[in-house]
Ligand binder design. Structure first.
Ligand code: F6R
Length: 240
């Protein structure tokens, strides 16, 4: 596991964006695992700027997203499908057929999970982007999720509901369940990049890096992956 700590948040995202831009330029058919949430927005902004000024093309890039709230459809402004469109997809030349998202409004949720697993099996992810929850979750794999999990339905913890309520009018509006790529699905990705900024993430980062591997801190399993890079700003690294 490599850990990079950056003096400023801007430097972190500039470096991270370069990694992505080079990866896409070197392999135009790359399969990217993408995340949502405030941590990844500055990266997507830089990818859009680069697309506009340097024409880095995403026409043959494939993407898979990590997770989605159950019960929100693509048009709902807090759905992760909407987020991806708004913060990335509609601004670049990606082919819509190459975008893979979990459907929070599907008719058969078990079928949706199995289909996503099959798609992931047939299209191994080259680089998986991750944020981290204050409770150590990655994707929506909350504490206690089995390390063997593939795409699954999860009940969101109080901590996650509270944290994500900042995007909704109130906490009652936050869906209580979600569908998410599992921890095994994430471990199967060839390369994993976890990004954390701000002091609120410092304890989770300390638990991952200095603590034991435990289902209580889902991200701790990443320590057994052979190609993981953790991008931190000084605040997120402050307890290390
Ligand atoms: C989002 C996701 C979550 C977030 C995490 C951090 O697709 O999978 O694990 O990465 O909750 O969220 P932010 O970046 O909003 O702090």
């Amino acid at each position: 596991m490599k850990i990079f700590v950056f003096e400023t948040v801007d430097k972190l995202y500039d470096d991270l964006a370069s990694l992505y831009i080079n990866a896409v330029r070197n392999n135009p058919k790359i399969t990217l695992g993408l995340a949502t949430g405030s941590t990844v927005i500055p990266l997507y902004e830089r990818l859009i700027n680069d697309y506009k000024s340097n024409q880095t093309s995403y026409k043959t890039v494939k993407t898979f997203n990590l997770d989605e709230y159950i019960g929100l459809n693509y048009e709902h402004q807090q759905s992760y499908a909407y987020f991806m469109d708004n913060y990335l997809f509609k601004h670049i030349d990606i082919n819509r057929n190459n975008i893979n998202l979990l459907n929070g409004k599907c008719r058969d949720i078990n079928e949706e999970c199995l289909n996503y697993d099959k798609l992931l099996e047939n299209n191994p992810i080259d680089i998986q982007l991750l944020g981290i929850g204050t409770n150590g979750h990655i994707a929506f794999n909350e504490p206690g999720t089995s390390f063997d999990s593939k795409t699954l339905v999860v009940k969101l913890t109080e901590e996650t509901l509270k944290s994500n309520s900042r995007f909704f009018n109130n906490i009652e509006e936050v869906p209580k369940t979600a569908i998410t790529m599992g921890l095994k699905s994430i471990m199967d990705c060839k390369k994993v990049i976890l990004v954390a900024t701000g002091v609120k993430k410092a304890q989770a980062i300390k638990d991952v890096i200095s603590g034991e591997i435990s289902v209580d801190i889902p991200a701790s399993i990443l320590k057994t992956h052979e190609d993981v890079i953790i991008y931190l700003d000084k605040a997120a690294a402050s307890l290390l």
